[in-house]
Ligand binder design. Structure first.
Ligand SMILES: [Zn+2]
Length: 104
């Protein structure tokens, strides 16, 4: 089992916008309603959800659960922790490329 540093995991949890991960990478159905980003909860299949940009957590009000970026990937793709970290690292790199290439 490969170990990841606390700092690596912190960055993956906090520096990948969770709504972008949900909509763009995981292709989870999502919508904006009442000014809030809502996604289809993979557990209960309802849209009673929101994301908190401050904590970078996704929440389902029906399940009364918070999900971080790592939880979301594990739930949606059924991957192991190690594979999930790899997925998030790769996704973070694509985000960084986008930022660098974006015209000013
Ligand atoms: Zn739910």
């Amino acid at each position: 089992m490969k170990h990841f540093t606390k700092n690596e995991l912190f960055e993956l949890r906090n520096h990948i916008p969770i709504s972008a991960l949900i909509a763009d990478r995981l292709n989870v159905p999502s919508k904006i309603s009442e000014g809030q980003f809502r996604f289809l909860c993979p557990l209960c299949g309802e849209f009673q959800t929101a994301t908190n940009p401050k904590t970078n957590l996704a929440r389902c009000f029906r399940c009364q659960k918070n999900f971080n970026t790592i939880d979301m990937v594990i739930m949606c793709e059924n991957t192991s922790f190690v594979d999930t970290v790899r997925t998030l690292k790769a996704y973070r790199q694509t985000l960084q490329h986008k930022t660098q290439e974006a015209p000013k």
